[in-house]
Design a protein around this ligand. Structure first.
Ligand SMILES: C[S@@+](CC[C@H](N)C(=O)[O-])C[C@H]1O[C@@H](n2cnc3c(N)ncnc32)[C@H](O)[C@@H]1O
Length: 356
């Protein structure tokens, strides 16, 4: 018999347990932004950089260092510890391994660029999600003023966007390079290659590979800078161009990559891009579409389905399924289409087509 005074009476034998599901997932869903904003605030305040390589901090020390009241200092440290971003022992907090690896500026796997972009750009756009759903228009830029997400941006927003993409793509490229064997290819054309993160990582993994980053003129300059920082100027070149423009895509490549490109555009533009890729690719070569792929039955997974909604607030595209890509690839002339799954922040798989 339970002798605790406040223990509930056991349910009478034979009474059916309640059929209602737990509401707890709804609480977790509706407060998801609390966790994100805690991470974003700690990053913006430089908490992880401050704690890197130190013996940790107390709430009082942090309050003094940041010139803030001890109350929010303690709350921020407790909040970060609750999320697994900090660890605590003997009254001091320090970076958990994940924060030390990814949230300290200058670390090889620095992910803070993405955190800052999600906070300063995407968060505001998602605040107007209902508007985007009702109007079928993006909310992070004005389609009456710009042609696409990729033109007419102010320099501060561009640099925020590119630091974010570079963070996300560096990690994703490593996983792609491990999941797919690129060993038999010599020349990569990275179509809309952005900062060149994929080219840098794939060239590091595959010593015989050389790469061309093909992107709009102002972005090709960003790629040139990142490639120089990586010391790979001898193997990676940036070429300025418009993949929807009059000129064909550059020839002489046996491997094409489309990473986070097709989710920016609608089906008709994507079919044009795949046809252009097919025309420019060498026979025997392959095209690789790297994306957060939505399942063919369109019920998930959540990272892909929610990236798709992110494309609603940012672009005219959405995240597509392997079946959709497979049909477009076949229609463009590619054969032997297969999907290889992996786990990375910016992609969960690659759909690959071959040109015989
Ligand atoms: C979401 S980013 C992906 C960048 C890169 N592939 C990656 O995964 O890190 C889309 C890229 O497409 C490029 N882009 C957009 N329109 C383009 C066009 N008409 N011609 C060439 N590149 C374009 C953008 O400049 C941007 O670099």
């Amino acid at each position: 018999m339970d002798t605790r005074p406040f223990a509930p009476e056991p349910a009478p034998a034979g009474l059916a347990a309640t059929e209602l599901p737990s509401p707890m997932p709804l609480m977790a869903l509706s407060t998801g932004f609390w966790a994100f904003k805690t991470l974003a605030a700690a990053h913006e305040l430089g908490l992880f950089a401050r704690l890197s390589g130190t013996g940790g901090t107390t709430a009082a020390d942090l309050a003094r260092d940041l010139g803030i009241h001890p109350r929010p200092a303690e709350m921020l440290l407790t909040g970060c510890a609750s999320l697994g971003l900090l660890e605590r022992s003997r009254g001091r907090y320090w970076n958990a391994a994940i924060s030390e690896a990814y949230l300290v500026p200058g670390a090889p796997g620095y992910f803070g660029g993405w955190v800052a972009m999600a906070d300063k750009r995407l968060y505001a756009g998602w605040g107007k999600l209902v508007e985007a759903i009702r109007t079928n228009r993006p909310t992070t830029w004005d389609p009456d003023v710009q042609d696409s997400l990729f033109d007419g941006e102010d320099p501060a927003m561009l640099s925020l966007f590119w630091e974010a993409m570079h963070s996300l793509s560096t990690m994703t490229a490593r996983k792609l390079g491990e999941a797919v064997d690129f060993g038999r290819f010599d020349r990569l054309l990275d179509i809309g290659g952005g900062s060149g993160a994929y080219d840098i990582e794939l060239c590091r993994l595959y010593p015989r590979l050389r790469a061309t980053v093909y992107d709009l003129p102002h972005v090709a300059g960003i790629a040139t800078g990142k490639v120089a920082q990586a010391g790979l100027e001898g193997r990676i070149h940036a070429v300025a161009g418009d993949f929807f423009g009059g000129a064909p895509l550059p020839g002489g490549h046996d491997l094409h990559l489309l990473s986070m490109i097709l989710h920016d555009w609608d089906e008709s533009r994507n079919r044009v891009l795949l046809a252009r890729s097919f025309d420019a690719l060498e026979s025997g070569g392959a095209v690789v579409i790297s994306e957060l792929l939505v399942d063919d039955n369109k019920t998930g997974p959540a990272p892909a389905a929610l990236m798709s909604l992110n494309m609603l607030i940012e672009t005219e595209g959405r995240n597509y399924t392997p079946a959709e890509y497979g049909t477009w690839l076949e229609d463009a002339g590619f054969r032997d289409v297969e999907t290889i799954w992996f786990d990375a922040p910016g992609a969960n798989g690659a759909v690959i087509g071959r040109k015989r």
